[in-house]
Write a protein that binds this ligand. Structure first.
Ligand code: HEC
Ligand code: HEC
Ligand code: HEC
Ligand code: HEC
Ligand code: HEC
Ligand code: HEC
Ligand code: HEC
Ligand code: HEC
Ligand code: HEC
Length: 276
């Protein structure tokens, strides 16, 4: 493990240079230089950490503009913002980080709860200043049981959540990095070419969602008949994380043909094809 002293001269020079090269959208007002070394008492936040957040090199008051520069404890706060910061989250962070990354069509609810639910603003031992590495980070809030059923999907089991999800926001449902159809074809390309579920369905293969619109519904995506508000996709039949069923089926089925009745009234399948 590398130990970085905040005051190591070489590092300060390098970081100050890189700070100059980084276009800050609207950097908070620079506080008056402080004669107080904040890290004297707050060493725990920075020592023995492999990754230090770049703006710390500008001094703690750079973000904590509202902490009176004094050794007095408790500190006198000169503003009403949490921890004497220059702005509340996420505005504080958007002062230097591009807000567009966090405000696409589908925003992860965790972002609204505060960036520090996942990142330390100071320094830490995980890459990207994460408070825990992925996937443990995700399991801080999401039920691990959803990922550990008897049949596990290999990329989810490997903890590669970010292969499919953006941690902040995206233009696709489920904060996926691509459409729920394309994301699966990245690794399962042949599914598109074969007649999928043809063994039970017949030569044409079942609609996979994403590729054709529902009859009579214009360009509207086909809707998932079982889950309100979701579009019909690979994940309508398969659980992308883990499942207790064969082939990662989302619904109980001991054979592929038993899956059909989860969405189709048995008689309708193959005759009217109606989706109840
Ligand atoms: C003499 C020791 C000492 C110095 C120097 C010092 N602090 Fe503190 N600070 C403390 C103690 C003790 C607390 C209260 C316990 C805690 O929350 O860790 C505290 C609390 C804080 C808090 C949390 C306040 C809150 O509302 O919860 C912030 C932010 C902070 N300090 C920032 C700074 C900054 C910025 C500097 C440098 C300008 C600084 N401190 C210098 C000892 C010090
Ligand atoms: C990039 C902006 C930024 C810089 C620079 C910064 N802080 Fe903070 N600090 C924060 C934020 C944001 C919080 C609130 C964290 C939270 O709410 O979880 C915080 C919280 C704190 C707290 C409260 C205890 C805690 O861990 O949450 C202390 C103490 C503190 N900072 C001290 C410092 C010291 C000392 C420095 C300089 C070494 C410093 N900060 C530099 C953003 C910053
Ligand atoms: C004063 C400007 C400034 C503020 C405010 C700021 N950052 Fe940063 N942050 C930076 C710079 C500069 C970098 C380094 C960018 C790079 O290496 O491309 C960085 C890097 C990061 C990284 C990536 C670290 C890595 O190891 O790659 C994360 C995560 C991050 N910041 C989170 C935050 C969060 C969360 C907040 C708000 C609490 C915040 N930042 C506020 C300037 C800032
Ligand atoms: C749910 C947890 C979570 C929340 C909340 C979160 N982040 Fe992140 N953030 C991550 C993860 C995970 C990564 C690493 C992404 C990667 O490695 O591709 C990351 C990466 C970053 C990076 C580095 C980007 C890069 O390309 O290197 C920055 C900067 C950042 N986050 C800032 C923020 C800011 C600002 C907020 C609040 C508006 C925030 N994050 C909220 C989980 C989160
Ligand atoms: C601080 C808590 C927190 C953390 C950490 C967190 N999430 Fe979330 N996440 C939420 C909340 C709250 C929701 C919305 C309620 C729900 O669906 O459970 C959510 C929803 C989601 C959704 C559904 C989004 C949608 O619009 O359908 C996905 C996907 C997701 N999170 C993935 C992740 C991944 C991947 C990680 C780890 C990188 C992660 N989460 C870490 C709190 C968190
Ligand atoms: C192979 C791609 C893939 C991987 C890897 C993956 N997910 Fe997902 N995840 C999805 C898809 C697709 C959905 C949307 C499913 C749907 O339509 O309901 C989803 C949905 C979610 C949801 C929302 C659940 C709901 O029903 O509302 C959460 C939370 C989530 N994922 C978290 C994670 C976490 C945490 C990891 C890593 C342990 C992870 N995912 C790994 C593809 C993936
Ligand atoms: C990063 C690559 C990757 C992505 C993306 C991916 N998968 Fe997989 N998937 C795999 C691997 C690897 C296996 C295991 C292959 C094997 O055992 O033959 C697998 C297996 C499967 C299986 C077969 C399970 C069984 O028991 O036979 C299904 C069903 C499946 N994936 C569905 C999906 C769906 C649906 C998506 C999109 C949400 C998706 N996959 C996205 C890599 C991926
Ligand atoms: C209508 C439900 C349904 C949809 C939608 C669906 N599948 Fe399947 N999938 C099945 C059935 C049924 C099987 C089992 C086929 C068999 O064994 O005959 C299967 C099997 C699989 C397998 C295991 C390999 C195999 O052929 O046995 C993979 C991988 C897979 N599907 C991926 C996908 C991907 C990727 C998508 C989206 C592009 C998708 N599925 C959409 C029902 C579906
Ligand atoms: C998760 C729900 C779901 C499951 C499970 C499912 N289907 Fe479907 N099925 C649909 C939807 C939605 C459509 C309409 C797709 C479209 O219009 O593109 C459809 C369309 C069809 C059609 C064509 C109807 C038409 O009008 O063209 C047939 C036939 C069919 N399914 C048979 C099956 C069979 C056989 C199985 C079992 C292997 C099965 N389905 C499993 C949801 C499902």
């Amino acid at each position: 493990m590398r130990t970085i002293s905040l005051l190591a001269p070489a590092r300060v020079v390098i970081t100050v240079l890189s700070l100059c090269l980084t276009p800050f959208a609207a950097a908070p007002a620079v506080a008056a230089p402080t004669e107080v070394d904040c890290t004297k008492c707050h060493a725990r936040l920075v020592v023995r950490m492999n990754f230090v957040h770049a703006p710390l090199q500008r001094g703690c008051p750079y973000c904590h503009t509202g902490i009176a520069v004094a050794r007095k404890v408790p500190h006198k706060k000169t503003n009403a913002i949490t921890k004497g910061l220059s702005a509340e989250q996420p505005e504080l962070c958007y002062g230097c980080h591009d807000r567009r990354e966090f405000t696409k069509k589908v925003v992860h609810a965790a972002v609204a709860m505060g960036c520090t639910g996942c990142h330390t603003p100071h320094a830490g031992n995980n890459e990207k200043l994460l408070i825990a590495a992925v996937p443990d980070l995700c399991f801080n809030c999401h039920d691990k049981g959803e990922f550990t059923k008897t049949k596990k999907h290999s990329p989810a089991e490997a903890g590669r959540c970010l292969t499919c999800h953006d941690p902040h926001s995206s233009d696709y449902p489920g904060i996926l990095v691509k459409s729920p159809y394309e994301i699966c074809l990245d690794c399962h390309g042949p599914v598109k070419k074969s007649s999928h579920a043809g063994g039970v369905f017949g030569k044409a293969g079942h609609s996979l969602g994403g590729e054709r619109p529902m009859k009579g519904a214009g360009k509207e995506p086909v809707k998932d008949p079982r889950r309100k508000g979701r579009i019909f996709s690979c994940a309508s039949c398969h659980n992308p994380h883990s499942s207790g069923e064969i082939k990662l089926f989302r619904y109980p089925a001991k054979t592929p043909s038993q899956l059909c009745s989860s969405c189709h009234a048995t008689k309708a399948v193959g005759s009217t094809g109606g989706v109840p």
